[in-house]
Design a protein around this ligand. Structure first.
Ligand SMILES: *Cc1c(COP(=O)(O)O)cnc(C)c1O
Length: 366
């Protein structure tokens, strides 16, 4: 069993808190899909899915077929939407009871062909509508083609239509977002009329739930909010941080004045200085941009600077004025603010800090 001191703790009570919060934001009849792509935003998709099975969640979503297969192999029974399946994996997807997003005539026709040849009975699929983000999906001009393609298919069944907002977090793009919402409504209403069907509709991600609750339709897709991040300081303060990254001091080195530490002697001691050596490096997800005083860790609430160049498996910290000993706990992050600080220094967003924590790091559910 892996007992490494470097661990990403996943806080179950924070998860439950965040779920309760978002459920309170939507109507009782609105279904909830939780997005657990990319190892549940860098945490542990299987562990999270097991928790979700007991939390009245209606759906889970992952990006690729193999992420869904891993969940099925772990005996997860919830319906699973595959957001970005590839035709090469359709057979496997069907074999594992996964529900594809079909986002183009190419993917739709290919899926229909397979479903016909296998005599599938109303196999659940989802249709992606491109309402303005121009990533995946069908456009308004495809309505006719979609109608004729879908008219006589008994082997598949459209469970939902969905679309994705490009700027749901932005107050400057409200007009554009509202246009996306109305175009989504228009296209899906036309399909309903043409095909005499009424699948679920959904368009909101986390920021959408916060900023455009009137567009919750039949379901919402909760991602980053589930892990503790809203789209403002205030919203984030109402959520709890789910992923806490910790390690322990492996060794303390005392440098004399003028001595250097690490590759290329990037840290040189001004005075006698104690430095801490941590068993975590850039291969674990600590971005090298945090080297040389840019990033911080936390020991007993004290902010401790990272010094020298972060190595593949080791990070060094300056223990000047910090009371600690070898084996003491070091927090890399255990609050949203720590993650947001890291993201800022790395010129990125919380999503990337979380999803960068590599699979080498042990996960623990607490
Ligand atoms: C990742 C993703 C989400 C979740 O987005 P958040 O901003 O993390 O809430 C929702 N829908 C789609 C299609 C996605 O790819």
């Amino acid at each position: 069993m892996n007992n490494s001191p470097t661990v990403l703790e996943i806080d179950t009570s924070a998860i439950k808190h965040n779920l309760r919060y978002f459920k309170s934001k939507i109507q009782g009849t609105t279904k909830l899909m939780v997005v657990i792509k990319a190892y549940a935003y860098g945490s542990d998709a299987i562990a999270i899915a097991k928790i979700l099975e007991n939390q009245q969640v209606d759906y889970i979503a992952v990006a690729y077929t193999y992420e869904g297969i891993a969940l099925r192999k772990a005996n997860i029974k919830l319906p699973i939407l595959i957001l970005h399946p590839q035709i090469e994996n359709f057979e496997l997807l069907i074999a594992h009871d996964l529900e594809p997003n079909l986002y183009s005539l190419r993917t739709l026709n290919h899926f229909i062909k397979i479903s016909n040849s296998k005599y599938l009975n109303a196999y659940p699929i989802h249709l992606k509508i491109n309402s303005g983000m121009n990533r995946l999906g069908f456009k308004e001009k495809d309505i006719e083609n979609l109608t004729s393609t879908l008219q006589n298919t008994k082997h598949i069944k459209i469970i939902s239509y969905y679309s994705h907002l490009a700027s749901s977090e932005s107050q400057n793009e409200i007009e554009f977002t509202n246009k996306q919402i109305s175009l989504f409504t228009k296209i899906t209403d036309a399909l309903n009329t043409n095909l005499f069907i009424k699948p679920l509709k959904h368009i909101l991600n986390t920021s959408g739930i916060i900023n455009f609750p009137e567009a919750q339709f039949d379901m919402v897709r909760l991602g980053i909010g589930f892990y503790g991040f809203g789209n403002s300081k205030l919203e984030t303060s109402r959520l709890k941080n789910v992923c806490n990254l910790k390690t322990k001091i492996s060794q303390i080195q005392t440098l004399k004045k003028g001595e250097a530490a690490g590759y290329n002697r990037r840290f040189i001691a001004d005075n006698q200085t104690d430095i801490g050596i941590l068993p975590i490096g850039y291969a674990d997800g600590i971005n090298r941009n945090l080297s040389n005083g840019k990033g911080f860790v936390y020991i007993n609430k004290f902010k401790v600077p990272i010094i020298g160049t972060i190595c593949m498996d080791i990070t060094m910290i300056n223990l000047d004025g910090i009371k600690c000993k070898e084996g003491d706990e070091v927090i890399i992050f255990n609050h949203q603010d720590h993650i947001l600080d890291m993201a800022k220094i790395n010129n990125t967003i919380s999503y990337q800090v979380l999803t960068s924590i590599s699979q080498r790091v042990r996960r623990e559910i607490v």
